[in-house]
Design a protein around this ligand. Sequence first.
Ligand SMILES: NC(=O)c1ccc[n+]([C@@H]2O[C@H](COP(=O)([O-])OP(=O)(O)OC[C@H]3O[C@@H](n4cnc5c(N)ncnc54)[C@H](O)[C@@H]3O)[C@@H](O)[C@H]2O)c1
Length: 253
Amino acid sequence: MRFQDKGVVVTGAGGGIGRAVCLEFAKEGAVVAACDVDIAMAERTVEAVAKEGGRAHPFALDVTNPDAVANGMAAAKQQIGGLDVLVNNAGVREIVPVLELSYEEWSRVINVNITGVFLCAQAFAREVIAAGGTGAIVNLASTLGVMASPNRAAYTASKHAVTGLTKEMAMEFGEKGIRVNAVGPGVIRTPMTERYFQSEDYAETIRSIHALNRWGEPPEVAKAIAYLASDDASFVTGTTLLVDGGWTAGKKL
Ligand SMILES: NC(=O)c1ccc[n+]([C@@H]2O[C@H](COP(=O)([O-])OP(=O)(O)OC[C@H]3O[C@@H](n4cnc5c(N)ncnc54)[C@H](O)[C@@H]3O)[C@@H](O)[C@H]2O)c1
């Protein structure tokens, strides 16, 4: 039980990976603040955690709203008894060619995927430092934080920014006792990617891009996040751990 009675905040907790993350930390004894802009989805995650005998509380939180983030982090701290871990998981994506990408589509992805990470990490770190504690932050980057794929300009730019911001915050927070890392998942089957699996041909393509010849499942990402947040990773900071089934290892001939 690596997280017994630890306070863990998860954003985007109602989604595919977010829900698995909440279940994983709760299984290891944490008290989880399950935050999502969609409160009904956060509540479903809390029900799933309770069903497994874990502890979680739902929070309505839009990660792009600075005041809501600062107030939400303070409220979460009260409710879950302290802040030890933040998982910046909330994310959105648009699949549109650069020439057709609107300012609104670009801004939505940038605001949620990178401004949201900045705001939540800043609010978390301020609370932890003010309390004289230590902590760990894990950000959701992507394989598209280290390479590109057509029609995903805003997403790719935002995830490259997440890997950069992870390094930057690791440098600034290291001496203050806060480690900052990221994970870079390959294709994981969740509501975000569900449309890939509507056609058998496309699902086969998705399978074949990974060296392991399959796509990933949310708990496989959640376990990597739990590792980075735990004392098992006590000398790991500023890195992005690719959890991508070997997608970025190379190209098949
Ligand atoms: N699924 C994949 O293949 C994959 C691969 C690489 C990276 N990721 C990243 O993992 C994270 C989770 O992805 P997922 O596949 O579980 O997606 P998902 O769509 O299933 O879940 C995303 C969650 O984020 C929430 N959210 C959206 N905007 C928000 C906001 N402004 N404030 C708070 N919450 C908000 C949504 O309501 C949703 O519950 C994302 O950051 C995504 O970019 C996913």
